[in-house]
Design a binder for this molecule. Structure first.
Ligand SMILES: *Cc1c(COP(=O)(O)O)cnc(C)c1O
Length: 433
């Protein structure tokens, strides 16, 4: 595979943009090699600037649930754009998308659109604090909620600890109200509530922890979290930026029958344009300005192009059978991968929910990953890096990190499935040879 154009562009980009990329994981840091510069996408496929074609399982990290450049979405964006790109005044299409989301995601009664998942989570926490009059929040090690200061805390493994920032530039004062607990551990959350019974505004959680690989919630964990929060008059914020419209049509909350107080959305809701949203119960959302006193604003929030893309995407996804057939492809893919790895005697932990999946290579056959500590301990990142490159060389584009989820779209079909499984069989033979 020739990659000279990507190499030249990457070289140049590194002079112009820190690390050559506008978001760190794109740089292939954890798998090595040169990131592919993309020229275009269509359906399930990506083409890089050297003309190589890949079956895409990253899909812009989740948003492209219909695949690349679906006609309905491109038409909606184009028709909207010729009228104008932004007004800084309300438009009817904001009502349309709000209506559709409220109708699709069970717990949501009101919604505020922002420009990214980061903004959604940051604003959701401000809202929980404003609503409860409390300052502490709980987050879970290995969960990612964007790069707002007070959420850039992962904390060490094991016992719950006070938050220390993960990144230079985040003042310790900003994270001193961020408490952390291991994922899938209700006892640790109860400990935190017992320690600070009147000070915790809420907990924010990824219903499937898909920014440390793919860790499913254990039976009763998420409902247990909601119950604990409510026992202490705190709110549960379900971060469905990734799982929304993916784990179920109505998100993880529909699939697992949960009723969170606040929901964060992003990715799919913008159909490939920059959008986020925070949403929830009417009496909570009523605290947001100008209905209430919690300030939050955005020059481009509710941008008509983004609203049009989101509306077209979710409308298409809601057509009978569309979501289920993507989920079915995802299930076939993970079953196929599982069989291949088993036949080669390669220990893996595979997860799939709706149109998302993940696969860890395990350092020990008996290992089970259930939180950030076990992910770091047992995930074989070196083997993943080799597998990733062997797949890439055969035209399959997986996430360039063991600790990211994979995504399918409505454009993935039996052809992409067979190509992927054939590539995987040959890749794992190369890796283990
Ligand atoms: C991607 C993601 C975010 C951040 O969204 P951005 O649009 O990248 O700011 C927040 N939470 C979760 C669960 C995510 O997967």
């Amino acid at each position: 595979m020739i990659t000279t154009q990507s190499e030249a562009l990457y070289e140049k980009a590194q002079q112009l943009i820190p690390g050559g990329v506008n978001s760190p994981v794109r740089a292939f840091g954890s798998v090595g090699g040169t990131p592919r510069f993309i020229d275009r996408g269509q359906g399930a496929y990506l083409w890089d600037v050297d003309g190589n074609r890949y079956v895409d399982y990253v899909l812009s990290w989740g948003p492209l649930v219909l695949g690349h450049a679906p006609k309905a979405v491109i038409n909606a964006i184009t028709e909207t754009a010729v009228k104008g790109t932004s007004y800084g005044a309300p438009t009817a299409i904001e009502n349309d998308l709000a209506d559709l989301v409220i109708d699709t995601v069970p717990s949501i009664e009101m919604i505020r659109f922002v420009n990214s998942g980061t903004e959604a989570c940051m604003s959701a926490l401000r809202l929980a604090r404003a609503y409860t009059g409390r300052e502490k929040i709980i987050k879970f090690a290995g969960n990612y909620h964007g790069h707002a200061d007070m959420l850039l805390v992962q904390a060490g493994s094991g016992v719950a600890t006070l938050g220390l920032p993960d990144s230079p530039g985040v003042p310790s004062g900003t994270t001193e109200n961020t408490l952390t607990a291991p994922y899938n551990d209700l006892a640790a959350v109860r400990d935190l509530f017992e320690r600070y019974p009147d000070a915790i505004a809420g907990a924010i959680v990824e219903p499937i922890a898909a920014n440390m690989g793919f860790v499913m919630p254990e039976e009763g964990y998420l409902q247990g979290l909601i119950d604990l929060c409510h026992e202490y008059d705190a709110l549960l914020i379900l971060d469905e930026v990734m799982t929304g419209f993916r784990v179920g049509l109505g998100g993880a909350q529909e699939a697992y029958n949960l009723d969170p107080d606040i929901t964060c959305l992003g990715k799919v809701i913008g159909g490939g344009l920059p959008v986020g949203a925070y949403a929830g119960k009417r009496d909570i959302m009523a605290h947001v300005a100008p209905a209430g006193t919690m300030y939050q604003a955005g020059t481009l929030s509710g941008n008509p192009l983004a609203m049009a893309a989101g509306l077209a995407t979710i409308t298409a996804l809601r057509r009978p059978g569309v979501f289920d057939s993507i989920a079915e492809q995802a299930q076939k893919l993970t079953e196929g991968l599982g069989e291949i790895m088993q036949a080669q005697g390669v220990p893996v932990q595979i997860g799939q929910a709706g149109s998302m999946f993940g696969m860890y290579f395990l350092k020990e056959a008996e290992a089970h990953i259930r939180d950030y500590a076990t992910a770091k301990q047992y995930a074989d990142t070196a083997r993943y890096g080799q597998f990733f490159h062997a797949m890439l060389a055969q035209g399959v584009y997986l996430a360039p990190s063991q600790f990211e989820a994979g995504f399918l779209s409505a454009a993935h079909d039996i052809e992409t499935l067979e190509a992927t499984l054939n590539a995987a069989e040959s890749a794992i033979k190369q890796v283990t040879a």
